[in-house]
Design a protein around this ligand. Sequence first.
Ligand SMILES: Cc1cc2nc3c(=O)[nH]c(=O)nc-3n(C[C@H](O)[C@H](O)[C@H](O)COP(=O)(O)OP(=O)(O)OC[C@H]3O[C@@H](n4cnc5c(N)ncnc54)[C@H](O)[C@@H]3O)c2cc1C
Ligand code: FES
Length: 312
Amino acid sequence: MPELRVGPLTLEARSGANLLDTLLAAGLPVAWSCRAGQCQTCLVQARPGQASPASTAPLTAHQQQAGWLLSCQCQVIQDMDIHLHDPASDGMGAQLVYKENISPTLLIIRVKPDRPLRYLPGQHMVLWLHAQLGRPYSIASLPTDPYLEFHLRLHSEGAFSAEIVKLVVGDRLALGAPGGHLSYDMEWQDRPLLLLAGGTGLAPLQAIAREALRQGHDAPIDLWHWHSDADDGCYMQARLLQLADEHASFSAHLHKRSTLESDLRQLRLASRSTMALVCGQPGFIEQLRKPLFMAGLPARQVLDEAFISRKA
Ligand SMILES: Cc1cc2nc3c(=O)[nH]c(=O)nc-3n(C[C@H](O)[C@H](O)[C@H](O)COP(=O)(O)OP(=O)(O)OC[C@H]3O[C@@H](n4cnc5c(N)ncnc54)[C@H](O)[C@@H]3O)c2cc1C
Ligand code: FES
């Protein structure tokens, strides 16, 4: 049986067992959120060579060299020396500099990291309130902005939602490393972009639209946003309409969620080379898969990111 050494503790693991499950079953304080290898909340560190390849594949070369791995994706097949992630020392400190309650279920925050941080517009990172409470959120700002912006849907039974609303400007939090595959690719310069966002899935997609325009993207950019019928319109309406005024190639289609199905039936592609980027809750992504295929977009031209939650 493989041994897991965690500080002074030695655990016996079943060969092939999931590392996160094994650590949690032993009562160790490991945070987690998506359990799908997407969010980096479940990071732990091991010695080089001890992690299974699947558990390091989504991480940067720098993270891999430092021995970080995603415990939710790791099968225990050999002895491992584990260091538990501590956001206070392993993450980056940041200060809350802006907080706007858009509605009882929608919050916009801006944070200023203690040091400059490199990221691509559209990526996400874990916001940590303490070692046990971190959740992934997409970055809504551009690296040229003097802050990181996040758009948070607040869930009535959400542990993070309940705590983040108590923070006031000046409070501290910690940030994980930026990650994720959603970002603007310069190779798309001449291809129409179709950006399809549900709810706060707008956060990364509007950042990608702004980045594409900043990079001089030539082809049309169509951003569609479906907001909850309970919301008072699209929460970024003013900013998006201003962007459309400033850039003839950019258009924003802001609709209620209840019109999604009929909107999708009318979906037409500007060109067969269109790249579609889709972001929102898992059900939203699923709902778009078939209409995009029927509209003539092969899977390789569709990039999606599902906001998988802890219990969904
Ligand atoms: C890569 C990635 C990027 C993300 N980016 C964003 C973002 O920019 N903005 C944003 O608002 N969210 C984003 N999410 C989703 C967010 O991380 C989760 O919704 C998170 O679980 C919320 O934490 P919580 O503590 O409030 O709720 P949790 O304690 O994690 O969940 C408690 C309960 O709240 C409800 N709940 C939580 N999340 C959802 C959900 N997404 N849909 C439906 N019900 C839910 C469920 O009933 C759940 O059982 C992202 C997720 C991923 C994986
Ligand atoms: S990556 Fe492991 S819980 Fe999200």
